[in-house]
Design a binder for this molecule. Structure first.
Ligand SMILES: Nc1ncnc2c1ncn2[C@@H]1O[C@H](COP(=O)(O)OP(=O)(O)O)[C@@H](O)[C@H]1O
Ligand SMILES: [Mg+2]
Length: 345
C-alpha cells in the first residue's frame, strides 16, 4: 500500500473549462469531468448544498426536480457564481489528491481564460489554496493551448492559437513565451448549440434540449459546404402538438443554422490579424493558425477559416485535452525553472 513515490511532491495542472475540467497529476491525466454542479437550495436558508459534481451532475442537467438545480458555474467563460466554482474546483482537487496518504501539499497550476478579471483570478487562486495547495500558479489559456499543441512559442516569431471551447473562443498570438495579442469572445460550442435549437424550432417546429442540440452538432454539424450528404433522425417535442416528434437534420441544414456564430468567430480572428504587428503577421502567414478546444472538432471548420483568412489551418492532435496537456508541460517547465511566463495576478 505504501509506495516509495508516496512522499514525492505532488504537482497538479488544471484546465478549468466552461464545459470540461481536466487535471494532470504528476504528468498523468487523472480527471476529465464535466464542469457541472448540482445544488439544492435549503428551504428558509441562503445556503446552497452541493448534491453532485461532474458526470453525475451533468446527467441531472435539464432533468432536476424543483429543489435541485444543475448548473455550469463557468458557463460564460467567467465565474458566474464564485462560491459554486470554488466548491467545484475544491471537489475535483480533493478527488485527485485522495489517491495517496500523508502526501505533502501540492503545487497547482491553473489555466485561466485571458478575459478573466483580477477578481476572478484571485478567487480561483484562493479556492486552490483553500483546497490545500502549497503554491498556485496561473497561466493564460492560449499559452497552455499553444504548448499542448506542440508549438514552439519561445522563439521570436508570431504563433496564433484559436481555442474554441464551450462558452468562449480564445484567440492568442504569442512570441517569446509572452502574449502579444489576446481576445476572448463569448461565441463557441454553446452558441452553436443555441443556434441549432433555434433553427429546429423555426424550420421543423420542434423544441429540443441542450443534449439533443449537442448531438446534432457532433453528428451532422457542418461549417463548410460539402458534396457528401449526412443526415440523421432526432426526436423533440412538437411545438403545436406537445408530443414527441421525429425530425431529420442534414449537414446542409446545420451549415445554415450555424452561420451566425461562425461569422462571429471569423470576425474575431480577422480583428486579431488586423491588430497584430506586421512582422508577426508575416510569421503567421507562414506558420498558419492552430485550432484547439472541442469546437475544433466541428466538421469543416478548418476549411471555413482557411477560406475566410487565406491562412493555413492546423487542428491540434487532441483538441479536447490540448490545454490540460499544455498546462502540464508549463508546470514541468516552471519546476525546472525554464519558464517565466506565469500570468500576473
Ligand atoms: N465532435 C464535435 N464537434 C463539434 N463540437 C464538439 C465536438 N466534440 C465536442 N464538441 C464541443 O466542444 C465543446 C467543449 O470543448 P472544451 O474545449 O472542453 O470546452 P471548455 O474548455 O470551454 O470546457 C462543447 O461545446 C462540445 O459540444
Ligand atoms: Mg478550454
Amino acid at each position: 500500500m505504501f509506495k516509495i513515490g508516496l512522499f514525492k511532491p505532488k504537482c497538479l495542472s488544471i484546465d478549468l473549462g466552461t464545459v470540461n475540467t481536466l487535471i494532470y497529476l504528476n504528468g498523468e491525466l487523472v480527471l476529465d469531468e464535466p464542469s457541472v454542479v448540482a445544488i439544492r437550495n435549503e428551504p428558509g436558508s441562503l445556503e446552497k448544498i452541493v448534491v453532485a459534481v461532474g458526470k453525475e451532475a451533468k446527467n441531472m442537467l435539464g432533468r432536476t426536480p424543483g429543489a435541485i438545480q444543475a448548473i455550469r458555474p463557468m458557463k460564460d467563460g467567467v465565474i458566474a457564481d464564485f462560491s459554486i466554482t470554488k466548491k467545484m474546483l475544491q471537489y475535483f482537487i480533493r478527488q485527485v489528491m485522495k489517491q495517496g496518504f500523508f502526501s505533502p501539499s501540492p503545487s497547482i497550476l491553473i489555466c485561466v481564460p485571458c478575459g478573466a478579471t483580477q477578481v476572478e483570478r484571485r478567487a480561483i487562486k484562493e479556492s486552490a489554496v483553500e483546497a490545500g495547495a502549497k503554491e498556485v500558479f496561473l497561466i493564460d489559456e492560449p499559452i497552455a493551448a499553444a504548448l499542448g499543441a506542440g508549438m514552439d512559442i519561445g522563439e521570436s516569431a508570431g504563433n496564433m492559437v484559436v481555442d474554441i471551447g464551450g462558452g468562449t473562443t480564445e484567440i492568442g498570438i504569442m512570441s517569446l513565451n509572452g502574449i502579444v495579442y489576446a481576445n476572448s469572445v463569448r461565441v463557441a460550442g454553446d452558441a452553436f448549440n443555441e443556434s441549432i435549437t433555434k433553427y429546429v424550432r423555426r424550420e421543423h417546429q420542434v423544441i429540443i434540449g441542450e443534449v439533443t442540440a449537442e448531438k446534432i452538432k457532433e453528428e451532422v454539424g457542418s461549417a463548410y459546404k460539402s458534396s457528401a450528404i449526412k443526415k440523421a433522425k432526432y426526436i423533440g417535442r412538437g411545438v403545436a402538438s406537445g408530443l414527441p416528434t421525429e425530425f431529420i437534420m442534414t449537414n446542409t441544414q446545420t451549415l445554415d443554422a450555424l452561420r451566425e456564430p461562425l461569422t462571429a468567430i471569423i470576425a474575431a480572428i480577422r480583428v486579431a490579424l488586423e491588430q497584430t504587428p506586421p512582422e508577426l503577421s508575416s510569421d503567421i502567414a507562414e506558420s498558419g493558425v492552430m485550432l484547439t478546444g472541442g469546437g475544433a472538432l466541428l466538421e469543416g471548420l478548418s476549411e471555413l477559416i482557411k477560406t475566410k483568412t487565406n491562412l493555413d489551418v492546423h487542428i491540434a492532435d487532441n483538441p479536447l485535452i490540448c490545454v490540460a496537456h499544455g498546462a502540464n508541460m508549463a508546470l514541468e517547465m516552471i519546476n525546472k525553472q525554464q519558464m517565466a511566463f506565469v500570468s500576473a495576478e
